[in-house]
Design a protein around this ligand. Sequence first.
Ligand code: SF4
Length: 132
Amino acid sequence: MEKKEMICIVCPVGCHMEVVRDGKSKDGYEVSGNQCLRGKVYGVKEMSNPTRVLTTTVKIREGKLPRLPVTTKGAIPKGMMMEAMKTINQVEVKAPVKVGRVIIKNLLNTGVDVVATRSMEEEARSQSQKVS
Ligand code: SF4
C-alpha cells in the first residue's frame, strides 16, 4: 500500500497529513490530518503528480549583475527539475531586460514559460570607455 506522510504547504498552519492510496475513494487516495479541503487537494496532487514552481537565475551579458533572476510562470512536474535546470543553465541573455520578459518559451514542452522576475539595466560603462 502506497503511503506518505507530508506537511501541507498551502497555508502557514502546516498540517501534518498522511496520504494513502486506496481503491475506494473517488480520487484514489485517503487523506487524513488535513484541516481543510485544500490540504486534501494538495496531498492527492503530491502523490499523483507533484509539481513545483522553479525559481533560479540565468547568465546575462552586459548587465549590472552577472545573473538575472527568473521563474517558471507556473508549476512544472517535480521529476523534470533536473532537466529543466540543464536547459535554463544553457541560456544567456543580453541586457537590458524588462521584468516579465519571456526567457524560455514552453520549457521542455510543459506549456510553461520561464520569465524574468526583475528588470536589468545595462552595466554602466566607466568614463574611459565612454570617451573612446
Ligand atoms: S490542510 Fe488546510 S489548514 Fe492545513 S495547512 Fe493545508 S491549507 Fe492550511
